[in-house]
Design a protein around this ligand. Structure first.
Ligand code: ZN
Length: 174
């Protein structure tokens, strides 16, 4: 089954000056949503200024120093979720990103799914942020059930830095 969404991971180089990042170098990554495309761009520290208007979220990244293990990305996912520049999604693709991030964070037990609620014809996930007991409502995006798992996986890969880690066979599935 083909999906209409595309994920552009960007190169491990600065989007502006095109310089390759060195091992251990810190840089800034931005996440963009446009149409059905989710795109990551990377910025070296001298090229980074402030997030442009089309940035969905941004975070500090670091090139791994050789064969490092895949870092625990729960903190990163929370940061990307909470660094969103706009609370109201600008376009449907941003609503999908928000929804997918929320689902990943539920799977990683950072959010607890309490209920789903409907207000003014819109369905929301009623979530509890485990770390500080904060509740939040995230609108359910119109994504087909059979597409969700694939999209979550792609989004997690998009946020990773460095070489792909070994597949986690037999990991508990949430
Ligand atoms: Zn640069």
């Amino acid at each position: 089954m083909s999906t209409e969404y595309t994920f552009d991971k960007g190169k491990k180089a600065c989007s502006k000056c095109a310089r390759d990042f060195a091992s251990g170098e810190e840089f800034v990554s931005t996440l963009h949503a446009a149409g059905e495309a989710f795109e990551r761009r990377n910025w070296c520290r001298s090229c980074w200024t402030t997030p442009a208007a089309d940035v969905f979220s941004f975070w500090k990244a670091r090139m791994p120093e050789r064969a490092t293990r895949r870092p625990d990305n729960r903190t990163l996912l929370l940061q990307v979720f909470e660094n969103r520049l706009r609370q109201e999604p600008r376009e449907p693709a941003e609503a999908k990103l928000t929804y997918l991030l929320a689902l990943i964070l539920v799977q990683k037990r950072q959010f607890r799914l309490r209920d789903s609620v409907r207000r003014d014809g819109v369905e929301y996930l009623d979530l509890l942020k485990v770390a500080d007991d904060r509740t939040l409502l995230v609108p359910v995006a119109p994504i087909a059930d059979e597409e969700i798992d694939g999209l979550k996986t792609e989004l997690e890969k998009l946020l990773e830095t460095g070489p792909p880690a070994a597949p986690e066979e037999g990991a508990p599935g949430g």
